[in-house]
Design a protein around this ligand. Structure first.
Ligand code: HEM
Length: 487
């Protein structure tokens, strides 16, 4: 009996030693971690943002927490974010390499890669997106093409209240698909339905307790536990993307790209076997990354924008007045028109600020030993940029706690963009779809506000602005009341 008690204690002792956490010297301060869990039990994992804010009040703008036995530094507020991600953009440009997301993507693609693979693919993606006149159809035309489908759906449903989630997810998915594959999909299409469903399921698992267990207890990783569902879903999406690429190859004419898939085939063709990171396997994850990064983010931002427009009719009417004045007889807005629409621009930026779409950004790591605000941060430390803390930082905004386009207007009514506006993050890892996303948001909002009035449905209950926390945040589901403006 005594023997088993001693053995049990030795077992606990070994486990304790195994998962013991000790902050490196002069590392940012933070709450005391417990073995195995680190600080995870002290955070509300369903939505840790409030707890992270309280820790910042106690430990300062740069503090550390333990995710299991892994130390991570949390950056809060504009100054810390700039000193790390901008002033030391190279030192803070890494990505973690042993999280569940890395295993899902096999550390390929863009979002989760490091070194030459990341640099080559980021440069390639930025260039192809920027030059995306691609001879025939400009990016703007592609977006306007998709908007015409949204508009006709709204026209057919004028006078009713419709499901806003499906509408904006389908639109964002289709816009990124026209860029990647040169095609859009009908709402009932199997590829569209299954891919959006799978992306949602993967995101749900990544946000949930099973991904925490995966991170904390690597011995469990091969067991048939619910996190395996995420791997199955990724494999299914990869398979559909591989089919898309095969179909492309059948009609691909080298040097005459129709879309980003063709651009990638051209690039592989050009590079041949030069040892670069462009290859068929990498292409699939590259496409997956862009599809993943470009769907939920834009859709959830639009959902927030329309929620506030419906419930702030004064803001909606002021935008419509400005849009009418600027467009005059012109049927369709162009992206250039944004310079003449300061109030509408302010409204869109304010919607992005309160949408707080990617609250904790994508985790970074340090690429070498460095210092930040007096603290020592060793190479390979996980960095959590709390973008949410900057978008609501009291000292940076005139009205940090309310939806108010005046946050982006000066005394003369001109549009100004404060430095603290960083929903796309900042520095060398800044969102590479920023240009596309901004164009989408402007053209969709302006075109729809020109033709429709959006009203909160009479039976919609009290509007709830609480965001559902996740890798990307989203408002609670609501229905969009649509009226034709000239009726
Ligand atoms: C990265 C936000 C739309 C592609 C990011 C990051 C944020 C972000 C916060 C992390 C940056 C960092 O690690 O510091 C958003 C928001 C969007 C949006 C709020 C819409 C409103 C898009 C679109 C695309 C895209 C449409 C597709 C073209 C990417 C990629 C990365 C990224 C590829 C990884 C960049 C890298 O690691 O170098 N985005 N994004 N995003 N985004 Fe976006």
């Amino acid at each position: 009996m005594l023997g088993s008690v001693i053995l049990l204690w030795i077992g606990f002792g070994l486990l304790f030693l195994l998962f013991r956490t000790r902050r490196p010297k002069n590392f940012p301060p933070g709450p005391r971690p417990v073995p195995i869990f680190g600080n995870l039990l002290q955070l509300n994992m369903a939505n840790p943002l409030n707890d992270l804010r309280k820790l910042s009040e106690r430990y300062g703008k740069v503090y550390s927490i333990y995710i299991g036995s892994m130390p991570a530094v949390v950056l809060n507020g504009l100054q810390a974010m700039k000193e790390a991600l901008v002033t030391q953009s190279v030192e803070f440009a890494g990505r973690p390499e042993d999280l569940m997301v890395n295993h899902l993507s096999e550390s390929k693609g863009i979002v989760l890669t490091n070194g030459a693979m990341w640099k080559e693919h980021r440069r390639f993606a930025l260039t192809t997106l920027r030059n995306f006149g691609l001879g025939k159809r400009s990016m703007e035309e592609r977006i306007l093409g998709e908007i015409s489908y949204i508009a006709s759906h709204l026209e057919n449903n004028a006078g009713k209240a419709i499901d806003s989630q499906i509408l904006f997810h389908t639109a964002s998915f289709n816009i990124i698909c026209t860029v990647l594959f040169g095609t859009r999909y009908k709402h009932e299409d199997e590829f569209l339905q299954s891919t959006i469903r799978r992306i949602t399921e993967i995101t749900k698992i990544l946000n949930g307790p099973w991904s925490m267990i995966y991170e904390m207890l690597p011995v469990l990783r091969h067991l048939p536990l619910p996190f395996q569902k995420a791997f199955q879903n990724v494999n299914m999406v990869r398979k559909s993307l591989a089919d898309q690429v095969s179909q492309h190859k059948e009609s691909w004419v080298p040097g005459e790209p129709r879309d980003l898939t063709d651009c990638y085939l051209d690039e592989m063709d050009k590079r041949g076997d030069d040892g670069s990171s462009f290859n068929e396997k990498q292409q699939i994850i590259y496409l997956l990354d862009l599809l993943f990064a470009g769907t939920d983010t834009t859709a959830n931002t639009l959902l927030t924008a329309f929620l506030y427009l419906m419930t702030h009719p004064d803001v909606q009417e002021r935008c419509q007045k400005e849009i009418d004045e600027v467009l005059g007889e012109k049927e369709q807005a162009s992206y250039e028109d944004r310079h003449k629409m300061p109030y509408t621009q302010a409204m869109i930026h304010e919607a992005q600020r309160v949408a707080d779409t990617v609250p904790l950004s994508v985790f970074h790591t340090t690429t070498k030993d460095t210092r930040l605000m007096g603290y020592h941060i060793p190479k390979g430390t996980v960095i959590i940029p709390n973008l949410s803390s900057v978008l609501s930082e009291e000292s940076q905004w005139k009205f940090p706690k309310e939806f108010n386009p005046s946050n982006f207007l000066n005394d003369q009514g001109e549009f100004v963009k404060p430095e603290a506006f960083m929903p796309f993050s900042t520095g060398s890892r800044v969102c590479l779809g920023e240009g596309l996303a901004r164009m989408e948001l402007f053209l969709i909002l302006v075109t729809l506000l020109r033709r429709f009035k959006f009203v909160w449905p009479e039976d919609g209950g009290v509007p709830d602005y609480t965001l559902i926390y996740g890798l990307t945040q989203t408002p609670k589901p609501y229905r969009l009341g649509v009226r034709l403006r000239d009726s």
